[in-house]
Design a protein. Sequence first.
Lengths: 552, 165
Amino acid sequence: MVLNGSQILANVLIENEVDTIFGYPGGAVLNIYDALYEYSDRITHILTAHEQGAAHAADGYARATGKTGVCLATSGPGATNLVTGIATAYMDSVPMVAITGNVPNSLIGRDSFQEVYIAGITMPITKHNFVVRKIEDLAPTLRSAFKIAISGRPGPVLVDIPKDITAAVTEYTPAPKQTAERLLSYTGDRIDVIAEEINKAKRPVIIFGGGVKNSNAGKILKNIIKKANIPATHTLMAAGVLRWDMEENLGMLGMHGSVCANRAVNDADVIITVGSRFSDRVALSPSKFGKRAVMIHIDIDQSEIDKNVKCDYHIVGDAETVLGDLEPLLEETRHTEWFEEINKMDKQIAFTQGGDVLHPKEIMDIISEVGGDDGLYVTDVGQHQMWAAQYLHHVKADNFLTSGGLGTMGYGYGAAIGAQIGTGRKTVFHITGDGSFHMNLNEACTAVSYDLPVITVILNNSVLGMVRQWQTSFYGKRYSATDPHRKTNYVKLAEGFGAKGYSCKNADEFRAALKEAVEYGGPVWIECLVGKDEKVLPMIPGGGTVEDIICE
Amino acid sequence: MNKKKYLSILVDNHEGVLTRIASLFRQRGFNIDSLTVSATNDSSLSRITIGMSGDEEEIKQIINQTKKLYEYEGMFEIDPNDSLIRELLLVKVAADEHIRSSLLELATIYKAKIIDISDGSMVFELTGKPLKLDSYIENLKPYKILEMCRTGATALQRGKVKMTK
C-alpha cells in the first residue's frame, strides 16, 4: 500500500505496539501530527507543556512498563528541548525512541528557521541516531531504531525526519514487531572457576545494579542470595529488586549508602558485582574499592569491564542467563559469622521528630504506608531523592523511578506522568524538592488536562538542599546561591493550574492529605515543610572510603 | 606509559561515521595522532585507520567504546610485526643549485621521489612506514622545509584476514 512518510511512521509505531507517545507539535512535524489525527484511534498522543516533559514522560513510561518509550518533537528548539531527557535515558539505559522533525532536505544546512543538526547534538547521548534522507529508508530506519533501543544494554535512539520525507510517498509493507537481540551466550572467564571462588568465600558480598532490573534477573538473584547465603547491596538504580526488609538486603551502597553495605564491601573477601558499572557514586575511590576482595564482574556491556574498577574475573552477558548458570554451581552454605559481623557494623541515623516540620524519614514512611506494594514512586534529584532511596519501603523493581546517572533535576514530573499513563495506577507519587520542582512544574497542566492521578509530594526546605549540604560540610557554610528566597504558594499555584493543593506541617496532616489525594484520583500537590539543615546521611565524601563516612 | 598504537576499524559506509568516532575519542580525551578514512573492496564499508597514543588501559577502554558503535563492523590492532603499515609524505624543501645534489643524495638513500623542481624549491614524495618518514624528515632538518604533509598511516594485516567483531 502506498502511504506518505507520516502514515508510515504511524504504521511502524503500530507494528511495534506503541499505543502512546508523548510530544509537542510544530512546523516541521505538521504532517506527522496530521497523520496522528488520522490514527488517533490506535495511537494516543499526550501533549506535554514542554518537550523536556515529553522526553521524561517517555522515559518514565519505559521504566514503569518495560516497553520502549516514544517522544516526538519538532525541529530546532523542539529537538534541543528533548536533549536533557534523552541524556537522562542514556545514562540510565532506558529504551527510548525519540523522533524529531527537521526542515525539508532542500533547506538543511542553510541555517533555516528552526533548523538544528540534532543528530550531531545527540551523538554522544544516544545509542545511535539517524537522519532519514530518503522516503524508502524511513520504515527500515524506524524499525532499526526500535531494535537498537531494546537490544543488549538498552538506550535511547533518535530518528530525525526532514519535513519533505514526512510528505513523500512510497510503498509500505507491514513488518513484525522488532524484538531484542538477546545475548544467550556469554563470554569471559569460566563460570565454574568463578563459582569455586564464591564457594570458597568466607565474607562474600553481592553488589547489584540496574542491569539486574533490565534483565529481570531479580528472582534468580534472590535464589542465589538465599542458597549461598550472601549479603547483597544495591545501587540507586536497583532499589526494589530485593524487598527492603529482606534479611540479606544491606540497602544502598555508595555515597549515601548504608554504613553496613559500605563496610561489608570494604571488608569482603569476594565481591560479585552484577549489572553495575562502579560509578563514582558507588566506587568513590576506585583504587581502594573492594581492595581486600576477589572481584567478579558480570555485565552485559563489554566496555564496563575494567572501566572504573579492575576486576579479577569477568563475564560479559545477560545477568539472568549468567546468574541462571551460576546458581546450580553454588554450594548451599551459611555465613552466620559474617552476617553477625555486618549487623554489628550497622549504624542507624538518628533523626528528630515533631515540631513544625516533618522529618524526611517520616515522610517516606507515610508515603510507603499509603502507597503500599503497588505504589509507584518517582523522584526528582537532590536530598529528597536520596531520602526516597534510603527510606521508602521498596518492594518491586519497577516501582522506583529516578534519574541516577545524569542526576536530572526536573525529571520527576514528566516521568511520573509517563509512568502513570503507562501503568494506569492510582498511586503514583512524584516525590520532589522545592528546587527540582520549580524546574519543570509546568507539567502540572499536562496532569490536569489528562486528569492524571499523580500525587506530587514536595519536600520544601526552602533551599537547594543537596548543594547547601555540601556547602555546610565542605565550604564553611558559605551559602552561595542556594537560598533562593522563593515565596511560591504551592496550594494557590496548584489551584491556578487546576490541581489540588495541600500544605502540611506534621505527620498527621500529611497522612490525612495523602489519603485524601489517593481518594481524589486527580493531580494533587502536597507541600511538606522540612528543616533546611536536614542532611542526607550517611555520607562518604567524593573520592573517600568507608573510613571517611559521616553519620551526623 | 604512553604507547603509540594504530587501530584499523571497519565501519559502515554511512554519513557521519567519522564524526561519531571522532566524537567518541574527544569525549574520552583521546588525541588522534593520525587518521585515514578510505573505501574498501566492499562498497558498504569504510576503513578508518587511527594512530593514537595513550596508556594500555586507556587504549583498551577506547577500543571497547568503539566496538559499541552501531556502525562498527570489525577492527584489528595493528601489530607492526604482523602488519603492513604505510604512510605517504610530501615535503617541499627550499633548494638552490648548491644543495640540490645533497638533497638528491638523501632522497636516493630513502628512495624518495622528486615530484617537483621549481624556482628555489623541490618537492619529494616518500612512502613507507611512519618511522621511516620520521627519520627522513629528521635528516631534512638541516635544510629549510617550506611545507609538508603526511597522510597518516594506513595498514593491512599480512596473510589471512583476522578481524575481531
